[in-house]
Design a protein around this ligand. Structure first.
Ligand SMILES: Cc1ncc(COP(=O)(O)O)c(C=O)c1O
Length: 388
């Protein structure tokens, strides 16, 4: 693979990547090409490496304190999204986005209450919600993988029946379809949620990963969203999932709720995680832009490759995230094409089944890799189909 100084997605060879010990590289045998879990095939951004190595050299490995992470997110949000809603006093550091989601949902719902989600959606939404004794109610995405107000309204009405409390867990941008919700769509959601008294918790972990020509709109910035929470983190955009630390941000009308967050929650995030995320948000903008350019090329490359080698697979280029959602239903491989591509093609993708309604017959492919790996993955998938 030709090394490209300007593209972090072209800086590590497969041999180097296979030395990694993380889930992406050690779950399957070495003859399997892994394009499944949301880890990126990039070196860590230089400002993050510097912050971490300085901290190690200093022995700065104690407990975290302060609002530096929130201030870095505030500066990033102002610059990227022209939004000034990250106010340090209305934030809390949580161990990671999913545990933050759980804690926010606990603040505004009780056992037996419903949490509405819009499938196909990030599979852990289901078990995390159920593990805390809440019920998942589905309001599936509609045409073009966009939020469907009619489905939302039906689910909200059902969720609050009998005077129960309820929440909506928004995924923005949406994993796995890469949908970037518009300001209008989010405002309509806020209006419906307010009408039914449903609290919104927005998982915005993919927020920095928006493709050229599309704009990310923070949920808390839309009219009517003052009572919501957002969970943000540098983990997806800078490949820091192993350095856990995320931020919960409360809207102005949710400040009192956030104040009830149990003290124990702040025990989860690590000081080095916070250092890494803070450095990424403060100084990692240029690096992020090079990644976004590479991802934009990759999502186009995948269109070309599929048109040429797997023309029956339907794929719409994601507007955000580095995830590609492939509709394989016309291939005749049943509900779980990922199992076929793994066994016969030696390519690991994520099966659509776990994403809820609308997921069967689909696979999720991770575009945060080199063009060469994407090309080889499609070649293997097509060859497996040909062999049958
Ligand atoms: C939508 C979404 N939320 C949460 C996570 C996990 O985040 P964390 O590791 O911070 O819990 C992911 C990981 O891919 C994700 O895609």
């Amino acid at each position: 693979m030709p090394y490209d100084e300007k593209n972090p997605l072209r800086q590590l060879s497969l041999d180097e990547l296979r030395l990694r010990t993380s889930a992406k590289w050690r779950t399957y045998p070495p003859d399997v090409l892994p394009l499944w879990v949301a880890e990126m095939d990039v070196p860590v951004a230089e400002p993050v490496v510097r912050a971490l190595t300085d901290a190690i050299a200093l022995g700065d490995t104690g407990y975290p304190v302060g609002t530096g992470y929130a201030e870095a997110l505030d500066a990033f949000a102002r610059q990227r999204w022209d939004w000034d809603g990250v106010v340090a006093e209305r934030t809390a550091i949580v161990p990671d986005v999913m545990l933050g989601v759980v804690e926010m949902l606990k603040l505004v719902t009780g056992p037996g209450d419903a949490v509405v989600v819009s499938p196909p959606v990030y599979p852990p939404f289901f078990p995390f919600v159920e593990h805390m004794d809440r019920r998942v109610l589905e309001a599936p995405l509609g045409d073009g993988h966009r939020i469907d107000p009619a489905a939302l309204e039906a689910a909200f009405r059902q969720a609050v029946a009998g005077g129960r409390r309820a929440a909506y867990l928004l995924c923005s941008p949406h994993n796995p379809t890469g949908t970037v919700h518009t300001a209008e769509e989010l405002a309509a959601l806020a209006e419906l949620a307010n009408h039914y008294g449903v609290r919104v918790v927005a998982d915005e972990i993919h927020a920095p990963l928006v493709m050229p020509g599309t704009r990310f709109v923070p949920y808390l910035s839309v009219p009517g969203a003052r009572g919501a929470f957002s969970l943000m983190s540098a983990s997806k955009a800078w490949h820091l999932a192993g350095l856990k630390a995320a931020l919960a941000v409360a809207g102005p009308a949710a400040t009192d709720d956030l104040a009830r967050l149990p003290y124990e929650v702040s025990h989860g995030p690590g000081h080095l995680g916070i250092i890494a995320h803070t450095a990424a948000l403060r100084y990692g903008g240029e690096w992020l832009d090079t990644v976004l350019t590479g991802l934009d090329e990759n999502r186009r490359l995948l269109s070309d490759l599929l048109a040429r080698h797997l023309p029956d697979v339907r794929y719409e280029r994601p507007e955000g995230t580095y995830l590609a959602w492939l509709d394989c239903r016309a291939l005749g491989l049943g509900d779980d094409p990922a199992a076929f591509f793994l066994e016969r093609g030696r390519v690991a993708l994520i099966s659509g089944i776990g994403f809820g309604t609308g997921g069967a017959g689909h696979v999720r492919l991770n575009l945060a890799t080199s063009p060469e790996v994407i090309t080889e993955a499609v070649r293997r998938m097509a060859a497996a189909l040909e062999r049958g």
